[in-house]
Design a protein around this ligand. Structure first.
Ligand SMILES: C[S@@+](CC[C@H](N)C(=O)[O-])C[C@H]1O[C@@H](n2cnc3c(N)ncnc32)[C@H](O)[C@@H]1O
Length: 404
């Protein structure tokens, strides 16, 4: 009844936000068209670790319910022929980011001990030394320990402004008072009973009241990496916590502003932007990243440009005109990483109904599994013939379009 077809892009709702599979080295036209429009660009590119990253993905209803099975699929390669090739990527990322920014905009570059030093020099050239604002140290407990040197327990996030009229409002990110408490100071209580910490310097007393907000400096130790069982976890390696992105974006953006991530991975930046009422555009060279990011974002207002899987899989679907229903039965597919007892319905991770015009899939309804709703909706109310096209996402994240 439905035949698999190729499509160029998918549009959900008015499609104002953008999620695209593409390489920053040959920047797609859709991103070139955003030049001078972004208020913030955040980049968390590969760190030059030399690793091949995998991702875990829950499989079927049982996987979403219990966390197992969760087969491992290849995600992305952080391997370069040498520093020269890697720095070419960083230079390109910084240059494109600067072009995308408004004059009030800011740029974050997230790296670690490996390439943060050359990146700082490179960004000084691209943005200008005087545009450097911060080197944020994000410290954490997770990761390995070493006896040959001090354990490496922090990432570096460089912050640059495009111009001198950049927007920045620190009062939007007060931190927990416990975190900000000045432990080395003497404590006191004033006449109104308010607690404070105090220090005397050059004969002058400085008081820091407990009930006054405290703002973060440039060393952050109060945001941990995502834990194994964190509900926020998508299974995409190197996924960053939403809390970190919120602290970075809140002081520099207002609702409605455009936030861009050119290495968006699992879409943390885009999810944070969405939560804050910002518009967003995310690019990643890896189609799996796009599939994972898509599963985290609200589909109401999104354009997705990503090659659809061409490998054939039969879609089981039937209409019941007497009951006015459309039922989906899953995907008949033999995928090497799917468990041996795979059922057609377990092979299906998410599906959308819609229509196809000129190679574009326009979605009208979306259904997907999540930890909260592991069971996938299989039957919907629909008049005979009204479901004209279906988009499926299989348990490996591969999307396929089907038309009548
Ligand atoms: C460290 S991960 C980003 C993780 C992301 N911040 C998150 O929270 O999930 C880096 C991403 O950069 C992408 N990437 C690498 N080279 C790229 C390129 N040339 N163009 C676009 N994306 C690229 C990788 O596919 C990977 O998903």
């Amino acid at each position: 009844m439905f035949e698999q077809i190729g499509i160029e892009k998918e549009v959900f709702g008015s499609g104002e936000n953008l999620l695209q599979c593409g390489n920053v080295m040959s920047l797609p036209q859709t991103f070139r068209a955003l030049a001078g429009k972004a208020q913030c660009v955040y980049l968390d590119p590969p760190f030059m670790t030399g690793e091949r990253f995998m991702r875990r993905r829950p499989y079927g209803e049982a996987g979403w319910r219990t966390g197992s099975p969760a087969p491992r699929y290849p995600a992305y390669e952080d391997r370069y022929t040498g520093e020269k090739e890697y720095l070419r990527l960083l230079r390109r990322l910084a240059g494109v980011s600067r072009d995308l920014l408004l004059d009030t905009g800011v740029f974050y570059l997230h790296l670690d001990w490996r390439m943060a030093a050359p990146a700082r020099l490179l960004c000084d050239v691209v943005f200008g030394k005087t545009r450097f604002l911060n080197e944020i140290i994000w410290g954490y407990e997770s990761g390995g320990r070493s006896r040959r040197h001090f354990s490496r327990k922090h990432d570096v996030i460089l912050l640059y402004a495009k111009g001198n009229k950049y927007r920045f409002d620190l009062t939007r990110v007060p931190v927990n008072r416990e975190e900000g408490r000045r432990n080395h100071m003497a404590r006191g209580r004033d006449e109104q009973g308010r607690m404070f910490s105090r220090i005397v310097s050059n004969g002058k007393e400085y008081r820091y009241y407990d009930d006054e907000p405290v703002y973060p400096g440039d060393v952050w130790t109060d945001i941990s990496h995502l834990q194994q069982r964190d509900p926020e976890r998508t299974g995409y390696a190197t996924q960053k916590p939403l809390k970190l992105l919120e602290r970075l974006l809140l002081p520099v953006t207002d609702p409605g502003d455009l936030v861009v991530d050119l290495c968006c991975g699992s879409g943390t930046t885009l999810a944070a932007a969405e939560k804050m009422g910002c518009r967003y555009a995310g690019l990643d060279v890896n189609p799996e990243a796009v599939a994972v990011a898509l599963s985290r974002l609200k589909p109401e207002n999104l354009t997705v440009i990503c090659p659809c899987g061409r490998k054939k899989a039969k879609l089981l679907a039937e209409e019941d005109p007497s009951e006015g229903r459309f039922r989906i039965g899953g995907l008949q597919e033999k995928h090497p990483l799917f468990p041996a007892k795979a059922t057609p319905m377990d092979n299906l991770e998410a599906w959308d109904t819609g229509r196809v015009e000129n190679g574009v899939f326009y979605a009208d309804q979306s259904f997907r599994r999540s930890f909260r709703y592991p069971e996938l909706t299989a039957s919907i109310r629909a008049e005979a013939g009204s479901v004209r096209a279906v988009m499926t996402t299989d348990a490996a994240g591969i999307r396929r379009a089907y038309c009548r």
